[in-house]
Design a protein around this ligand. Structure first.
Ligand code: PLP
Length: 368
């Protein structure tokens, strides 16, 4: 095997299909009608996947997922507003960093990284602090693999008339989300996660009425989602500034492949199946998962370093890479962990291979 070829067990970038990659062999013009139609197809298909109707709209934004989160925070929360952020991982923590940069008023409710934010606790904060206008949380916390309960928090947001911002980066397309029913005002995801495209832009699904009211709020020109939206609407799919044309074409193909696979429910079933196989197989080899089974999401699993053994992540990483798979380091500060993502073009046969390689490594590798 070519030593530069491997499959990604990382949750974005991830392993994509050949037809998705082939779309990037064509150079396209940003103001051409065919290209703008591709953007419009993506926008309407995203709304369909979100179960959203005419009262929602989509904005595509250049950059990685974090650019999308920062675009929403800096474009929709005014200086006189206050956002309550439910923190239980590095990505929700990052939302607080975004608030610092833009001087956005916020409060946090912190939960241990191996447990989900509790709607009852959030409700108490809402009752005490009437100045809160927005609630923000991450759906699938990629730090640990935990799947947070957006439905209960969304119901609170609706009951208390708060705007609800959800980072669904590593879940949208892989976990079914009825955006209007959950009560989401702004959902953010990106091209290179469960839709299985390549990296280069993020997208926002927004409730139109609320977005309408944010005109003039943006603190950044490039990340102004209102302005980006206006231009996309007025000019039938035209992006402000240069768009990642190759990435957009690859994403349009990835959306078609999601539909061909049978849609989100079928893809979700594959992810769940593969995730369980990996988790069970690794457990047998002595690698214990950080998150309890009942709150484990289907995207990525965090494993603790094996106990009572000499263990070197880098050594294991290189062993696996030489055999065709690349894994992900941990992101927890207080515990040594590594992560295995299972989204992208990963199937049962891959899991069997991976588990064999891990088993061989435990026998032959540097583990003593
Ligand atoms: C991937 C991801 C992001 C965005 O990360 P980028 O590196 O900017 O693409 C944000 N939140 C979550 C939960 C993610 O999984």
């Amino acid at each position: 095997m070519d030593k530069n070829t491997y499959k990604l067990l990382t949750p974005g970038p991830l392993t994509t299909t050949v037809p998705v990659k082939e779309q990037m062999l064509v150079d396209r013009c940003t103001w051409d009608d065919d290209y703008k139609q591709m953007t419009q197809y993506i926008r309407s298909e995203l709304l369909r996947l979100a179960h959203a109707k005419a009262d929602y709209t989509t904005i595509l934004m250049q950059g990685s997922g974090t650019f999308g989160v920062e675009a929403v925070f800096s474009s929709v929360i005014r200086n006189e507003d206050k956002v309550l952020i439910a923190v239980n991982g590095a990505y929700s923590k990052r939302m607080t960093a975004i608030c610092h940069y833009h001087h956005i008023p916020y409060v946090t409710i912190e939960t241990k990284y191996d447990s989900i934010p509790d709607a009852g606790d959030i409700e108490k904060v809402l009752q005490k602090d009437g100045s809160i206008t927005h609630i923000a949380m991450v759906h699938s916390e990629t730090t640990t693999g935990i799947l947070n309960d957006i439905a209960s928090v969304g119901a609170l947001a609706t009951a208390y008339h708060k705007k609800f911002i959800v980072d669904a980066m590593s879940s949208f397309g892989g976990v079914d989300i009825d955006v209007p029913a959950v009560g989401i005002t702004y959902l953010i995801s990106s091209a290179n996660k469960c839709i299985q495209g390549v990296p280069g832009f993020s997208f926002i699904i927004a409730r139109t009425d609320d977005l309408e009211q944010t005109r003039g709020t943006a603190r950044s020109l490039s990340l102004d989602i209102y302005d980006q939206w206006q231009i996309m609407e007025r000019d039938n799919g035209k992006w402000r500034f240069t768009s990642p044309t190759h990435v957009v074409a690859a994403f349009a193909q990835a959306l078609k492949e999601l539909a061909a696979e049978g849609g989100i429910m079928v893809r979700n079933a594959r992810y769940v199946r593969i995730n369980r196989m990996l988790r069970d197989g690794m457990e047998i080899l002595g690698f214990h998962a950080y998150i309890d089974r009942d709150i484990q999401g289907p995207i990525i699993t965090t494993f603790l370093y094996p106990q009572n053994r000499v263990f070197d992540f880098r050594d294991m990483y290189l062993y696996l890479k030489a055999r065709g798979y690349v894994i992900y380091p941990g992101k927890l500060t207080e515990q040594d962990t590594f992560r295995l993502g299972n989204i992208g073009e990963i199937y049962k046969a891959d899991v069997k291979n991976i588990l064999h390689i891990f088993a061989d490594y435990m026998k032959e590798g540097q583990l003593i």
